[in-house]
Design a protein around this ligand. Sequence first.
Ligand SMILES: [Zn+2]
Ligand SMILES: [Zn+2]
Length: 400
Amino acid sequence: MRSLPRSLDPLPDETLTGFVLRLAHRLGTTPAEILLRTGLAPGGSPSLPTRLPLSFQYHLDDAHLTVFARAALLMPAEVADMLLAPLGQRYGPLNPAFTPRNTPARMIYDNPWVLTRSTRYCPPCLTGNGTPIQDRHGGPWQRLWRLPMIFLCVRHRRLLAHQCPGCGVLAQSTHAGSAIARPTDETLNPRQCRSAKMRPAPTGKPARACGADLARQDALPGEPDTATMNVLLRVQWRLVELLAAGGPETTMSTGAWVPVAHYFADLRAVVAMIFRTWPEARPYASTPALAAALDAEYASRTAQAQPLLNTVGKKKTSKPYTVPPQDPLAMGAVLDIAYQLLATTELDEAREFLAPLVQRLREDDRALSIYLRRPAWISTPLRAAVADNVPSRAHPGHGR
Ligand SMILES: [Zn+2]
Ligand SMILES: [Zn+2]
């Protein structure tokens, strides 16, 4: 594999897909050509690939990584930093200890806590920072936007977007199993929406790409009120800080210090508990707007779960309650509550806070209550806080 004539410096926190899109645009060729010439064609096929496998965004084996790095004139460590797998060191839902999977590539399958089929994004970040290279090819498509727990841009102090303002499709949606849609299209800037509206029958062939500029900032949905934004910013700042490479190694979860990855696993479980037992945790919503966002989210989940109750065979009625919200506002709203429930400094206090949720969950969904509390899902302190058969202690004069 020969090196490309020119390449690009990766931007901070840039994804592999984002880098390939910018590189293709810089070299005036198609993403498919870049994949072919950097060894990312599936199965090493010598012909122009039609797709980038979803798992390549998450993990590259040593052979692929080395060939890609050499061809794109990068250090192997720079390539590793574009992949999602390293985030699992801090982010429990991508950590094998809390999300047991047989192989690295399996980690992303049926794992709703990482976005591999679309992404959230911040339009001002995509606009770029004003340097000539970013003016031409856009700012980075960021890795953190692939984690559902990232719902706002702390730099631009605004909720992330998740849909194209032009066609309404989820941003950077995969198509035909490819992490990059329309890989043979060389007309699009990396900032543009690549989704294709289908032509009406009888041809049924994909029409031209939507092409809307996702960096466009005119079609903003209404931002929440200032008090709500301040709450969301505080929660997001804290989580971004914990996810940052070189950030704190440990943090407090239900009264004990745990490695950061354990904390994110706990957040995932508590989010599911909050939705499955709603409105038990409603009093913790910090503002009326956040409570309203969760009422609406809960209603849509109940609507999804209802038909499953009447289906024969293996039921997955809990599933609508355990996935993260797609809507960034609802995501922020539920994380604000989960954050508070885990932020207690004493185990007894955590137990009291969580007791109504635990009890309601046990009554309404025994299977889910066991699933969410197993050792391979949450930290040891949270397990103690939500354990069954804890002798009930009276707290006369406890003073809280
Ligand atoms: Zn931004
Ligand atoms: Zn579009």
